[in-house]
Design a protein around this ligand. Structure first.
Ligand code: ZN
Ligand code: ZN
Length: 465
């Protein structure tokens, strides 16, 4: 009788705890994640990877021989590190050659100005083009220019990017992304913008730009900040300022590059995967250290630390190194197309996160998941709190850079936010080199990526729900 009562009590306790709904994120999972993280903090791997990439390969402009070297580097490293699967997926895109670019002020004063072509711009006719410059304070003023009002002129947007990180970049960057279309609609024969950057060096910033079907393509280039100041000062004299622009940039027929993937295969449900990504390509002016060698090294290192932890998560952790991000998220667009339309396995992605924020130390964790799984996503975030990472109470993350296309296609995502840095002093310039990388910060970031991606791949929860 006594024995029966005890059994009844024990079974009551079991049913009681199941009513209280224990979290699917068990203490064992958290402890193992912390073990992986602690090992990652002690490791030189992230630092070694970015040093190796920038030294052995350098820039990785999409479609070039260096792009191929970069992919071979990534696949070799992932194989050497013992990843279970390493593969490539093709991406077509039009190859672009930067060529040369020069800009002279010919009147009322004479100067050689420092410029770079914007990525995917066409060139000028041979021998260059000489025209009077018309200044616009910012992009929205250029948009309002009347048709034909810029016939035979060079449009110039002089707005200086504010030092407010991504917000400032998005706003000032409109001139770079859409300026050529607005200028051409008003009849301009070329567009020059002040670099989208926060430094005071004579190192202009390149970056992607767009043309629009049905609108004349015109050459587009960026002036360094000091050279834009010089042009602004010359314009203040109120006399016509003429510039001679010569550029030999040009595009070719589509070529093939590849997204590179590597996997730590899950122990129970390997088709399902947490995706941690970065872009492998870079502009060709620096060595692509900050943008996005840091991301490449962080996500590769994170996966290796999970492998070294000695216990596979139930579902896979997949590293994705996107192709041709700089020219307009081309690799990511193809990934979404191929996996939603061709393979129809897009829904197997449990959660995605990208690092494309240079060398900033991760200080917050922002989920973007379904309403029922939000508490688990937050619990994952709380494990990171002792490492200086705050879980934000928002639930709107869509993934950063390439991953935003996946987020917008329905993938649950996590955004990792960073402390402010001087990223936009170097971004897309010849100064994007290894010496700018904060090795302690990227080691921390790799530890954070390892911990959260391990937990997300091991926990029994559907983040879409
Ligand atoms: Zn980037
Ligand atoms: Zn970039």
């Amino acid at each position: 009788m006594k024995k029966f009562a005890l059994i009844a009590l024990a079974s009551m306790a079991v049913s009681f705890s199941s009513v209280a709904q224990e979290s699917p994120l068990t203490q064992e999972m958290k402890d193992h994640a912390v073990k992986i993280g602690e090992a990652a903090y002690k490791s030189n791997l992230t630092k070694d990877l970015i040093t190796s990439l920038t030294t052995e390969v350098g820039h990785r402009l999409a479609g070039t021989a260096n792009d191929k070297k970069g992919r071979e580097w990534a696949m070799r490293k992932m194989r050497e590190m013992g990843f279970d699967r390493v593969w490539e997926e093709p991406v077509d895109f039009p190859l672009w050659h930067r060529g040369s670019a020069s800009l002279e002020m010919t009147a009322p004063f004479e100067h050689d100005l420092h410029i770079v072509a914007l990525g995917t711009s066409i060139g000028t006719p041979e021998g260059g083009l000489t025209a009077e410059v018309v200044q616009f304070d910012e992009y929205k003023d250029l948009v309002e220019a009347e048709p034909n009002s810029l016939d035979g002129k060079i449009a110039y947007v002089s707005l200086r990017m504010a030092k407010t990180g991504l917000k400032g970049y998005g706003y000032a960057g409109q001139a770079r992304r859409m300026g050529s279309v607005a200028a051409a609609k008003a009849g301009a024969s070329a567009i020059i913008i002040r670099s989208i950057g926060t430094d005071d060096n004579r190192t202009p910033h390149t970056g992607s730009m767009n043309y629009e079907d049905g609108v004349t393509k015109i050459p587009a280039a960026a002036l360094s900040n000091p050279d834009a100041d010089l042009l602004d000062n010359a314009l203040k004299y109120g006399e016509p300022v003429t510039l001679k622009l010569e550029m030999s940039s040009h595009s070719h027929d589509p070529v093939v590059t590849y997204n590179v993937l590597g996997e730590i295969t899950g122990s129970e449900d390997p088709e399902k995967a947490v995706l941690i990504g970065a872009h492998l390509d870079s502009w060709d002016l620096g060595t692509g250290a900050l943008d996005d060698g840091t991301g490449v090294s962080i996500v590769m290192s994170a996966a290796k630390h999970i492998l070294d932890g000695g216990k596979r998560p139930k579902r896979s952790v997949r590293v994705i190194l996107f192709a041709a991000e700089e020219e307009g998220l081309i690799g990511a667009r193809e990934y979404v197309r191929a996996h939603k339309e061709d393979h129809k396995d897009f829904d197997n992605i449990l959660l995605g996160a990208e690092w494309d924020s240079g060398t900033g130390r991760i200080i917050n964790f922002a989920p973007g998941v379904g309403p029922t799984s939000l508490s688990v996503a937050r619990e994952i975030g709380y494990v990171l709190a002792p490492y200086g990472v705050a879980t934000l109470m928002t639930n709107t993350a869509k993934g950063q850079s390439d991953m935003s296309l996946l987020g917008n296609a329905g993938m649950p995502a996590v955004n990792l936010g960073m402390e402010p840095t001087n990223y936009f002093d170097f971004h897309h310039t010849a100064n994007d080199t290894l010496d700018k990388v904060d090795m302690d910060a990227i080691t921390h970031n790799a530890a954070i990526y390892a911990m959260f991606s391990y937990m997300a791949a091991d926990v029994d929860v559907d983040f879409t729900k």
